[in-house]
Ligand binder design. Sequence first.
Ligand code: ZN
Length: 439
Amino acid sequence: MVSPEDATLTIEFVPRPSNYPDARAFTAVAGGQAIAVVTTLRHPAGFRVHVDTASVPVAAGPEQLSALLRAVIAASRADQAPVVVLAAESSLRLRYYARAEGFTGPLRTDLTYDLRSPSKPAPVPGSGPAPGSGPAPVSEPAPGSGPAPGSEPAPGYATAPGSAPAERLVAQMRMLLPGVTVEAGRPPGAVRSFLRSASSGVDGTIHLRAQGPTDPQPLQVAVPLVDDIVAEGLALTIDTALDLRRRFRPLVDRVRVSYDHYAEGMRNGKILGAAAPGVRDIHLNPVYVVVPEMLAQENERQGRPAQRAPSPSVLPPFTQVDATVAHEYWHEIEFGLEGGRYHDSVEFRRAVGQYFGVETLEHAIKGNRPDAPPAWQRARLRLAQEVTAYATTAPKEATAELFRQWWCTATNPPPSAQYFGTVLRKFFPTADLDHRPHR
Ligand SMILES: [Zn+2]
């Protein structure tokens, strides 16, 4: 482990061929190890920097990422650029350290660092832990303040005494979610047992309630009680969940969200989310919000290049968090449809099946059976190619993957997503499916 005294790493930028004529590309090297591929583009206001931390053999640690960001800032300053723009598609873990270094910006957008302001970084709530706000928590990512997050990704996260993490998280949520009231506190009695069981495997849980001005009741969210929570991952979760609730009101108003290891397969990152519609719960993998788990997953993925992520990549302004939240919420929406309008739910799957050239969606799923008619086989193949392989595992996964695809398409939706949108409008005529602030 790098001691605080040794934490100042030297970053070397080694030029490499660029895929784009206007861009310059570098391999960022720290201590002889490649830690990222950095591409810079001239931007009207300075430099737009894309940092790819996924295509190097070993995931960069916290000190390395912080040092890399400081080196990018220093290089831009030397070039007299007024601002540094960090591309929106950067990983949540990189954005976490970028916010701690003084980059700012709303959810889902480029982050900027203003070189004209005083050089001292001014981390804002909504970044990582707030340096200088009292005794440094044990996992403070800022240099020289103690052991780094990610260095000991063991179960049973270290926590600061008292309620500091919860208060800090609430402040960060308020900053990242303008107009949303966020409070921490004990959940209502009926919810306590759910949250207790949901939080198994972690030391403790922070309970939040988030409510927009037009929401009839708050969204209940539980996250592990740890210091190094990526506030942005949690804010994305709340933002998308509230958005989905409003559009499909009141179908999913009572759904609760918990970051935990509810399902087998969540610890190794194979399962990113799980819905339990019968009890109105959604469980999400802490890999979206807990820094050590993010690092462990990156290392896992990078150590085994043949193994793909469970879901396809999602383009900005959407994120993988939005994709998973949308997928799991769809299970709850469809459950509500089946419970309240069973006949419509049958017709819904027939309508979706038509796009794939079969009578109903189930036929596409059964297209791998030895006696499956050619049309069923073709439908299954198209489902895998146009949506995802996971969509072929069950009719409910097909609709959830189609919903995720439709929800997370900003421009030029693929034909399958376009079609699914028209089916949604037909079966949910009162839902607000048009005005999409992120679209
Ligand atoms: Zn699913």
